[in-house]
Design a protein. Sequence first.
Length: 325
Amino acid sequence: MTKIFITGGAGYVGSVLTEELLELGHEVTVYDYLLYGNNLPTNNKLKLIKGDIRDIKKITNSIKGHEVFIHLACISNDPSFELNPILGKEINFDCFEPIVKAAKDSSINHFIYASSSSVYGIKEELNVIESMELSPLTDYSRFKADCEKILLNNTDNDFITTILRPATVCGFSSRLRLDLVVNILTNHAFYNQAINVYGGNQLRPNIHIKDMVDSYVLLINNISNLKNGEIYNVGNQNYTVNDIANIVKNEIGSNVRLNHQNSDDNRSYHICSKKIESDLGYIPKRGIELAVNDIIGYFRKYELTDTFTNPIYHNIKRMRELNMK
């Protein structure tokens, strides 16, 4: 049993990770602003702290007694970040080094940071690996890359660090997001029987949410075998947007129309995740098909009518609604 502290533990990935860690018998403290509500289970091994990660004093007091720190909390994705760049910088960058130093000065011996595969920018190489030069295209990805440097600069024998660069996550979570590519297309295909494909040849690396959770669990379970200061890509399938649209159509039904449209967004990302397989034996088990079916199972059960308008499913809509500062 490990005592684990998670920032953003009530979020899209965090809520699934928290549930899995509790099922495995770990003690978990979730520190979260609860911007999207609280969908976490009731469990005597779970402690929930509502807090802002910019409140370093509160975080410092909260992390005492924990062994592992998983930092998920951030303003996620480019559109949400660009809505309020000052807020984005405060949350995604300014408070990061104080958080790392607070963790290092406490009992934390393993700090896991959720970076992003977007730090690579656009690469022509077939296999984008961890040692390649980073070329972030936006402030969101630039601050992710800068935080990686901060964490590595604080690494030492008593403070083990690991950085994950996830692909775009997909699939169902109790804190469901419908603003991620696979989930977006599933929403449109199910309720509108139509998918608008903008461009289509852009590559998007994907990872099922439960496979993403498995990577964190693997790191926690293998701390004695970890190389300190390692960086790992975590992805499964590098598909084009056209490929993803066709997979969604095949899972939902032949009546789904694909409407192809031109796009001036030619961002194309792909990553190779062989390093984490080689070092830790990590192999994703789930594909986009399962992610699609998990989401439509939820749609069918609850017959939702607001999946396009309800801010709870869309980060940028929720931030606008609350006028976050």
